[in-house]
Design a protein around this ligand. Structure first.
Ligand code: MGD
Ligand code: MGD
Ligand code: MO
Length: 561
């Protein structure tokens, strides 16, 4: 998030939630948004094909067809420009590329946008008026925006909107993607991506590579593998994303997988294909806290520990780094996740360099190099030294109760609750001309429905954790498929009747939940239960830049069972 949760809740005059089921999937922030509406009359616009709970509090619900967000947003910007509601000063002083962008937006008049999105023209005008007059407006989004072949383009279009309105770099505004996993922000910040080292420092940058090689006691030259198969140096080329690794197995590019806390059989698109890939790969190591659907494919299982058994930090959606403390001793034979990774890394390094001695204190930096860490605090000290945005975030400060949001460039710095206040990371904000592209798969005579997929309040992804909680199973015990009353009547569905949902990839059967949460022609399924997982149906088409799959749209048929 460019801004903070408290800031948005306290200062935004308007809230635009697009593609986020905030009260079910981010309940704490969802409650804050609800209170902003109820207690101080903030205007709330929800853009979501489904009538999610948050729409009960919305001034306006825009119910677009799945996969039409760019057309919708361009249409709103057309009206904003037509009415002169844009922030002319902000555009001139802080941005570039406006004319080309404007020429694209002018291709999206309300009638055309209404035809693409299914939203009535009057509602487009109402929404644009709120955006143009209730400033600042904060934009919040999540997977309804990103899980499309146009995911990156969707996000850029939202950035266009906020620059056009001048809502960047100020309290109550901003572009605010709601990060999902408790520490997904931290995982990305610390280099859990194939193209960057910690703090988004590119692997292709020689200086950056040399810095990390020196700290970790490795050769300065780019990665090579010698005649004996020994590894030298750090890679200088971009690696594979998770969605490229799976097909990479069948292409002979990937021979082994080390899966750390993921359940691809449940969470990756097109499960039949994933089973095939995991059967084909030579070697699988799985580090988990429970046996999962994926563990059937593992050659080695490494028992890690849950959050209550570990000490360290999580970085939340507003870039705030928070300390967690171990509350119980690791159960059974489980070990700290970081210790398992360290032990494997140290053995690989020792082997690669033909050394067996592991105490390799780097005399230059004083850091423990060669990955021979002894505690989470020692790891954090290395992070401070190598990760500019985390330089001032020490365990000591966090233990004192300091609230730190990165960037924190030094130990005196108080943290950065709002980004881009004076300029953008690249200097001027660049308007991008972006056209609507329809989803990869659209309904036809054989598969006449649009399927969208996601989560419910009571369960977490593959459900390995939540299906073990009795109380949650009492509340939500089986996968339900949301079907609109209109379609249910057409199909002659009795209450609680089962349906079969079929796509080009596979089929699932589950009880129908007849509800006007979904519009006619759309069904909604989750991936919390292995016996009826939505990912049997989804397809592995990817956004060309981020490589995220289009989980939010595919074509299916629906029949009663
Ligand atoms: N209880 C619970 N909470 C969770 C999780 C969980 O599994 N369970 N998972 C966490 C994780 S990792 C994540 S990433 C987040 C996800 O959080 P969210 O993204 O908020 O949740 P989703 O259920 O994926 O779907 C978001 C919304 O997108 C809408 N949508 C579908 N298609 C489109 C479209 O084309 N355009 C637009 N604008 N909207 C569309 C759906 O109707 C849905 O309401 O939740 C986090 N929180
Ligand atoms: N159809 C469809 N598919 C989707 C999505 C969608 O919206 N629709 N959303 C996608 C998104 S946004 C996400 S984030 C993914 C999530 O997909 P996954 O990451 O695969 O799912 P999780 O259940 O969050 O986590 C995987 C495993 O981590 C284990 N685990 C939990 N804590 C720890 C720990 O501390 N240590 C270790 N070693 N293991 C641990 C759990 O037991 C669990 O089995 O799913 C994606 N898949
Ligand atoms: Mo996620």
């Amino acid at each position: 998030m460019s801004n903070s949760m408290d800031d948005v809740a306290a200062n935004a005059q308007a809230l635009f939630v697009i593609g986020s089921n905030t009260t079910e999937q981010h309940p704490v922030f969802g409650a804050m948004l609800r209170q902003a509406v109820l207690r101080r009359g903030a205007k709330l616009i929800v853009a979501d094909p489904r009538r999610i709970d948050l729409t009960d509090y919305a001034t306006l619900h825009l119910r677009q067809r799945p996969g039409t967000d760019i057309a919708l947003l361009n249409g709103l910007m057309y009206i904003i420009l037509e009415k002169g509601w844009e922030d002319k000063t902000f555009i001139v002083e802080r941005c570039e590329g406006f004319d080309e962008f404007r020429a694209t937006v002018e291709q999206y008049p309300p009638d055309k946008v209404s035809a693409i999105t299914g939203i009535p023209v009057e509602k487009l005008y109402e929404a644009a008026e709120i955006m143009g007059t209730a400033k600042p407006m904060a934009v919040m989004w999540a997977m309804g925006i990103t899980q499309h072949i146009t995911g990156v383009r969707n996000v850029m279009t939202l950035a266009n909107l906020q620059m056009l309105l001048g809502n960047m770099g100020k309290p109550g505004g901003g572009v605010n993607p709601l990060r999902g996993q408790n520490n997904v922000q931290g995982a990305c910040d610390l280099g859990g991506l194939p193209n960057v080292y910690p703090a988004y420092q590119p692997v292709t940058n020689e200086e950056v590579r040399k810095k990390f090689a020196a700290a970790w006691g490795l050769d300065a030259e780019p990665r090579t593998i010698d005649e004996q198969g020994l590894i030298h140096g750090l890679p200088s080329t971009v690696g594979l994303t998770v969605t490229e690794m799976m097909p990479g197995i069948l292409e002979g590019k990937v021979h082994a997988l080390y899966i750390l806390a993921e359940d691809p059989i449940m969470s990756d698109p097109d499960t039949k294909h994933i089973r095939h890939c995991l059967e084909a790969v030579d070697f699988v190591v799985l580090q988990e806290i429970f046996p999962t659907e994926t563990s059937h494919y593992a050659d080695v299982l490494l028992p890690g520990v849950t959050f209550v058994e570990k000490t360290g930090t999580f970085t939340n959606t507003e870039r705030r780094v928070q300390m967690v403390h171990q509350a119980i001793e690791p159960l059974g034979e489980s070990r700290q996740d970081w210790e398992i990774i360290r032990d494997i890394a140290v053995r690989i390094l020792a082997d690669g360099r033909r050394i067996t001695k592991l105490d390799l204190q780097n005399t230059q930096t004083g850091l423990w190099s060669g990955w021979d860490y002894h505690s989470p605090t020692e790891i954090m000290t290395e992070i401070n030294a190598l990760t500019p945005s985390y330089a001032g975030i020490t365990h000591e400060r966090l233990e004192r109760g300091e609230q730190l949001q990165w960037p924190v460039p030094n130990t005196e710095h108080p943290g950065t609750p709002i980004l881009h206040t004076k300029q953008f990371a690249r200097g001027l904000g660049k308007f991008m001309p972006i056209d609507h592209i329809p989803p990869a798969e659209r309904p036809d005579d054989t598969y006449p429905f649009v399927l969208s997929t996601g989560r419910v309040l009571y369960h977490w992804h593959g459900g390995e954790m939540t299906r073990r909680a009795e109380s949650l199973m009492t509340l939500y015990s089986e996968a339900l498929i949301e079907v609109s009353p209109w379609d249910a009547e057409k199909m002659g569905l009795a209450p609680d009747q089962w349906v079969r949902v079929t796509s080009r990839r596979g089929a699932i059967e589950a009880k129908a939940w007849v509800t006007d949460r979904v519009p006619p022609g759309m069904v909604y399924a989750n991936f919390h239960f292995p016996e009826a997982s939505a990912n049997e149906l989804t397809q592995a088409v990817l956004d060309p830049v981020s490589k995220i799959p289009e989980y939010k749209v595919c074509a299916v048929s629906v029949e009663k069972v």
